[in-house]
Every structure is written in C-alpha cells, then in structure tokens.
Ligand binder design. Structure first.
Ligand code: NAP
Ligand code: HSE
Length: 435
C-alpha cells in the first residue's frame, strides 16, 4: 500500500526545533500539496521534558531517550538541531546506519565531519541536507550546488554570522557596548550555545568551509580557513573607519584563481560605506557569489532566528520527502572532486588599514617608512595625530594592494622598533569602486 504520511524524528526543541514544529504545523496543508504526503513530527528529543517552552507540544511527543527516535522503524527522516559535535555526530551516524535520512542545521558537524557523514549516507542511499547550516534563511547551498552547476565559481564573499553582524551594526550605529549587545543577540536566539564561536569567527569559518567545499568542489577543512574574530574591535577603530568612509564587518572570503589555487578567510574587514555589504545590518546575512560566466550575484536575508532558520530546515524536509516518493534518495550527495591547492601568503593581495601608537619625535615616520619599503609596502594614505596630553602620536597607514606575507613581515619587524609603543589594529580593506 502506498504511504500516506512521512514520520519525522526531531532531535532538539530549542530555537530552530521550535520553528520547525511551528512551520510543519502551520503549513501542513501546503506541505501536503507540495509533496503529496502528510509530514508528521512523530517524536522530539529534548534534555529536559519538564522545561517550560514557548510552544506547547503534546507530552507524548517528547522523549529524553534518543533510542525512541533512532530505533523507531516508522521514522524515515531525522532532523538534528541540538548543535555541537557530541552527541550530535553519534546520533546522525546511528540514524544513517538505520537507513534514516538526515536534515541538520549544524555547521560544526558538517564542517568538521561532513565527509564521514556523507560517505555513510551514500553507502546507505540516504539523503543528507544542511541548507540551514549556512546563512540561516538564505537558500545559498542549494543555489551553489544546483543553480550554479553550469558555471565556475571564482569568489564567494559575505557576512555569514548574524550574531557578530548584529553586534557590529549596533556598535556602528549606536556606539553600543560590545558586551551588552552580545547579551541581546543571545536573548534573541541568534548566538551559539557558546557564543565564543560566533565572536571569535569560528562559526563563520565553518560556514565558509562548507561554502567553499560546495562552491569550488574542493574538500576545504576548518584548518584551511584563516580566522580572526571581532572581540578585539574597539570603538576607536569603528570611529576611525567612519571618519575614512568605512564600516567594519566580519567578512568571509573564499577565492579560487585560474590555476585552481584557493584562499579562504574570515576576518574583520573595512568596507567602503557605499559598498552593498555595508548596508547589511543586524542579524541579516549576505553572500556574494561570483561565477566566471554569470558574473556577480548577491543573496541576502536573515542569517539566524527561529522561523527564518526553520524555513531552510523544512525546505530540506520537502526535498527529502519528494526524493523518497520518487525513489531517488542519496543521489544528491556532493563529493569534492578537485585536488586541494591552497594559495601561499605571497600570492594573497589586499589593501590594509593599520593603526599604531608611536613616540612623538623626529625621525619616527622615516623609520617606519624605511621598514615599509624593506617589506615592499607602498602607502596610499598616512594620517598622524597627537594623542591628547602625552608624548605619543597615533599613526594610521592605508596601504596599496600588498602581499599578506609582506604585511606579516612588516608587523614582525615592528616588534623590535622601540619608538612603536603599540600596533592597535590591522584590518584588510575590501576593494570597492571608490578605492
Ligand atoms: P538551542 O536553542 O540551544 O536548542 C538546542 C536544543 O537541543 C534544546 O531543545 C535542547 O534540549 C536540545 N539538546 C541539546 N543537547 C542535547 C542532548 N545532548 N540531548 C538531547 N537534547 C539536547 O539551539 P538552536 O539555536 O536551536 O541551534 C540548533 C542548531 O541549529 C545548532 O547547530 C545551530 O548552530 C544551528 N543554527 C541555529 C540558528 C539560530 O538562529 N539559532 C541558525 C542556523 C543554524 P532542552 O530544550 O531540553 O534544553
Ligand atoms: N550563531 C549563528 C549566527 C546562528 O549568529 O549566525 C546561525 O548560524
């Protein structure tokens, strides 16, 4: 007899899990029309069944025992939204062993153990979809895999962490305090359980590893991504940026050149205030995708939050149900097929902003200029201003395009220069039309 419904096991009922239950229930009729099957949330795994929740769920659906989901033969699809690696990885692998299809929003899991999970899924003819793991509600992964399949992607650049963008936007626009805004982002459900991974750039790095693996078809690991977070960004840096016409954003950048050498990074970047990414504020994310044939495209939308993220999860659910119906599950696993060749630092070029405190006396600038020349660095702008009531001055340098290795050489040699009290900050500048 033909199936009339599909039963789903939901692992996790936090921000995203709650959104999934709401969307499956509120859009029941549409989902039926789109798939021809009733989608039923059959069991939900939580840690604490007695916890007060924003959504009332029939008590019989809740369980604290994962085996009620993993070994229930009626459940065809498992949605993992607990986050983190352990025990999520064990649960996902065990569900695949049982022939269940997987949907996850977990970038940590997919960036670190994606290959193992996808291999097992292939072996078991199961689907594994993870649209919600990158840029929340923006359908970027399916676009990369399907819509750009005819093209050669050369660059992906964007804001892929909602929490840090929320923090930087508030610091930029309201001069808000870093710690206070972080608390707000946590209360709104944007931040990870441990927000260090948001503010130190790791969450964005995992997303960039996933994007570049799918976009370039090269197995990019977290270790291949150069990461700097936002916790050191000061109000002074933001004010300086503004004065010069820049906004500071945590930008993910992945590039693949003609010889298939790639570079992937996440770092606070100064972008001109007229650049479209400067207008991406709050929890919104945006990803530029540049294809050799298509040119420039941009994807924009909410990067976190209950319902936006849940729409991506439920869209994956619709995809799996359709695949089940047509007997074609396990065929959409993306396997990287290109050899990984990482670009060396002497081939990575960019403009930079440097701010430093130096002793305010004759010959200091000449010394710094000499070190810049020694490291092949030429300057676009130099700004010097006295620090109030002290014997120090603040110097801001804006370089022309220089190699990262030369920048590192310069910063290293500055450590031994006695007139340099402190290098306060160093940011990459994203080239816009104005520069
Ligand atoms: P969350 O609000 O912290 O919820 C986690 C849920 O998992 C809770 O219901 C918790 O149970 C349950 N849980 C945690 N550990 C468990 C365990 N060992 N056994 C059983 N249940 C466990 O997390 P979230 O924000 O929904 O995030 C979930 C995933 O989605 C993460 O991978 C995250 O990176 C990803 N994601 C989140 C967003 C977002 O906007 N929040 C956006 C995109 C992707 P209790 O309720 O009983 O404590
Ligand atoms: N903590 C993540 C963010 C959730 O702030 O972007 C969405 O992946």
């Amino acid at each position: 007899m033909k199936k009339k419904s599909v039963k789903v096991g939901l692992i996790g009922l936090g921000t995203v899990g709650t959104g999934v239950v709401r969307i499956v229930s509120d859009h029941q009729e549409d989902l039926f029309k789109k798939t021809g099957l009733n989608i039923e949330i059959h069991k939900i795994l939580v840690q604490d069944k007695a916890k007060k929740r924003s959504l009332s769920v029939p008590e019989h659906l809740l369980t604290a025992n994962v085996e009620d989901i993993l070994y229930d033969s009626e459940i065809d699809i498992v949605i993992e939204v607990i986050g983190g690696i352990y025990p999520a990885k064990e649960y996902v692998l065990a569900a695949l062993e049982q022939g269940k299809h997987i949907i996850t929003a977990n970038k940590d899991l997919m960036a670190l153990h994606g290959a193992e999970i996808l291999n097992l899924a292939q072996e078991k003819n199961c689907d594994v979809f993870y649209e919600a793991s990158v840029a929340g509600g923006i359908p970027i992964l399916r676009a990369l895999v399907e819509s750009f399949s005819s093209d050669r992607i050369t660059k992906m650049m964007g804001i892929v962490n909602g929490t840090t963008n929320y923090i930087l936007s508030k610091m930029n626009q309201e001069g808000a305090d870093y710690a206070e805004v972080l608390k707000e982002a946590q209360a709104l459900g944007y931040a990870e359980a441990d927000p260090t991974s948001d503010v130190e750039g790791l969450d964005a790095a995992r997303k960039m590893a996933i994007l570049s693996t799918l976009g370039f078809r090269v197995a990019v690991n977290l270790d291949d991504v150069d990461v700097t977070g936002i916790s050191h960004i000061s109000k002074e840096d933001i004010a300086y940026g503004k004065k010069l016409g820049f906004e500071i954003k945590l930008l993910g950048l992945a590039q693949c050149d003609d010889s298939d050498e790639i570079e992937v990074s996440v770092q606070p970047t100064m972008i001109h205030s007229s650049h479209p990414l400067a207008a991406v504020n709050g929890v919104f994310n945006a990803v530029y995708v540049h294809g050799k044939a298509v040119g420039e495209t941009m994807f924009y939308g909410p990067g976190a939050g209950e319902l936006p993220t849940a729409t991506a999860v439920v869209s994956d659910l619709v995809a799996v149900v359709k695949n089940m119906k047509f007997g074609v599950t396990g065929r959409e696993i993306v396997v990287p097929y290109k050899e990984k060749r990482l670009k060396s630092d002497n081939k990575k070029f960019s403009k930079y902003f440097l701010r430093m405190i130096v002793t305010d006396r004759r010959g200091v600038l000449a010394k710094i200029t000499q070190l810049l020349a020694d490291n092949n660095i030429s300057l676009d702008q130099v700004i010097q201003q006295p620090c109030s009531g002290e014997e120090y001055a603040e110097i801001v340098l804006i370089t022309y395009e220089i190699a990262k290795s030369d920048l590192d050489g310069f910063l290293y040699s500055m450590r031994d220069v006695d007139v340099v009290k402190e290098i306060k900050s160093c940011y990459r500048i994203e080239k816009g039309e104005e520069q």
